[in-house]
Design a binder for this molecule. Structure first.
Ligand SMILES: [Fe+2]
Length: 495
């Protein structure tokens, strides 16, 4: 048996221990509040077959577990930067895995879903995910890191049926650009040939691949989906996500422009967006995905929401669960269910130090381009030659917005300090340059809000040292308020 085949057998054994989860909802614990969202869904008689819960504090997850009773819960992790070369050797990774293991155990989750992407890369922090470099070497490093992650979870976690949560990698969205030398489906095939992980296929993310690889210039959407799925390891897809797409607020003011498609219709510059209504085109894509003959490992499909109005979630979920109620009996009919053995350990990853080093260099180049410090030249940027304008949108519009406004608007967070800076003619734009000036070490756990608070005080210390005490007192208030918001409300607390 070749390595790829034995890795796949390993995946199938692990998959055998995962029951069909059905049609679910992927949520954030706090936005909207989990207990009241669940109540609303029950009142409308559309209880999700499972909830997937985004990373939060152990206390908040315990509250969710208690609230959900015997219901199935799964876990959407964060902060395991498996795209990062050398990450598996770091103590911060070990700590992050330990925390994820604790969360999985609390929820009794059958899988750990994690984006195949990072919010910390080559020394810089981002608020939203940066996709990996789509190269063969990068796929191999991710496969190694994912295998290490699975092995660490095997040591730490057991769910009630005696199995270990299966690591699932979610293909991340493209936000205006792509970089690499292999196609995205080939990249995931290489990962799956070398690691026994499952995959999450997010339909909206797939739409962004159509848009930002430039495929829309030569193919219709159904042609693209067909070609993509035929090359993608569909037999590893364990979960499907459907979330919204929207014009990003940083871009909205400038964009009435739409780009042309081959059939003459227009294609908007949408990016991943969890708070807005789901466009109907994603359900057309989903129908095509669900009819793919290689989709043999599916265990759940979820609408993914975050900060969306409860009424809209309930309405969309009611329609979603009705439309796709028959999917799982159909798929489970062709599957052997039951508790598979997970005894055979995953193979030790073959670690090549030189490969890691040169991938580190490639990521340094990649990050310099996305930060606007270097131009997109070389093989990695030749896949989609028409994308220079879209890349500039990321570098000079989206990224500054992310630092100044996303996950906490700095002008609202530091009202007094900001007013004093304005009086002196110091603009917040300088903070963006400050943020991306020097690489930083990785600190855990990743928290963009708290990092913003800390870095803004550092910025004030540099540009207006006499305002440091004022900024620090505002920072302290923000930290305390944040801490309160992130703990469960008293009515939810576990005794
Ligand atoms: Fe997703």
């Amino acid at each position: 048996m070749g390595r790829g085949e034995s890795v796949h057998q390993e995946f199938l054994r692990r998959l055998g221990a995962i029951p069909i989860h059905g049609v679910g909802l992927s949520v954030d614990v706090h936005a909207p509040d989990f207990a009241s969202l669940r109540r609303n869904l029950l009142e409308r008689q559309v209880p999700p077959a499972y909830f997937e819960v985004f990373c939060s504090t152990a206390k908040a997850l315990e509250s969710v577990r208690k609230e959900a009773g015997e219901g199935l819960l799964t876990y959407h992790g964060e902060g395991l930067w498996i795209t990062h070369p050398g990450v598996a050797e770091s103590q911060s990774f070990q700590r992050a895995v330990h925390e994820a293991g604790e969360h999985l155990q609390i929820l009794q989750s059958a899988w750990l879903n994690h984006e195949c992407a990072a919010k910390f890369l080559a020394g810089y922090y981002y608020g939203t995910y940066l996709p990996p470099l789509y190269t063969r070497q990068s796929a191999e490093v991710i496969a190694d890191n994912t295998t290490v992650l699975q092995r660490l979870l095997d040591d730490q976690c057991r769910t009630a049926n005696g199995s270990t949560p299966l690591v699932l990698l979610e293909m991340p969205p493209l936000t205006y650009f792509v970089a690499g030398t292999v196609s995205i489906p080939t990249f995931y095939q290489v990962v799956c040939d070398q690691s026994p992980c499952g995959l999450v296929l997010d339909v909206g993310h797939l739409w962004t691949v159509f848009r930002y690889t430039g495929a829309y210039r030569v193919l219709t959407l159904p042609q693209f989906v067909e070609a993509f799925l035929n090359a993608f390891p569909m037999d590893r897809v364990v979960e499907i996500h459907v979330a919204g797409l929207d014009i990003h607020p940083s871009h909205r003011a400038r964009t009435t422009q739409l780009v042309g498609q081959t059939d003459g219709t227009a294609l908007p510059a949408w990016t991943d967006a969890h708070a807005v209504p789901i466009p109907p085109v994603l359900f057309e894509m989903l129908d095509q995905i669900l009819s793919h003959p290689q989709l043999t490992s599916l265990r759940g499909m979820a609408l993914e929401v975050d900060a969306k109005p409860t009424e809209l979630i309930v309405e969309e979920f009611a329609a979603f669960s009705q439309r796709y109620a028959s999917v799982f009996p159909r798929i489970s009919g062709s599957e052997t269910m039951g508790c598979g053995s997970i005894e055979s350990p995953v193979q030790e990853p073959v670690h090549a130090a030189s490969a890691t080093e040169s991938l580190e260099e490639a990521y340094d180049r990649y990050v310099r381009v996305v930060l606007g410090k270097a131009e997109p030249t070389g093989l990695e940027w030749s896949q989609n030659p028409g994308c220079a304008q879209d890349l500039d949108l990321y570098r000079f519009v989206y990224l500054p917005y992310e630092i100044l406004h996303w996950g906490g608007d700095l002008a609202d967070m530091f009202v007094a300090s900001h007013r004093r800076l304005r009086e002196r003619g110091i603009s917040l734009e300088g903070f963006v340059a400050f943020w991306f000036r020097d690489p930083l070490p990785l600190v855990e756990p990743y928290d963009f809000f708290l990092l913003k608070v800390e870095r803004f005080v550092d910025f004030i210390r540099e540009v207006a040292p006499d305002l440091e005490a004022l900024a620090e007192s505002e920072a302290e208030g923000l930290r305390q308020a944040y801490c309160l918001v992130n703990e469960p409300t008293p009515s939810l607390q576990v005794s």
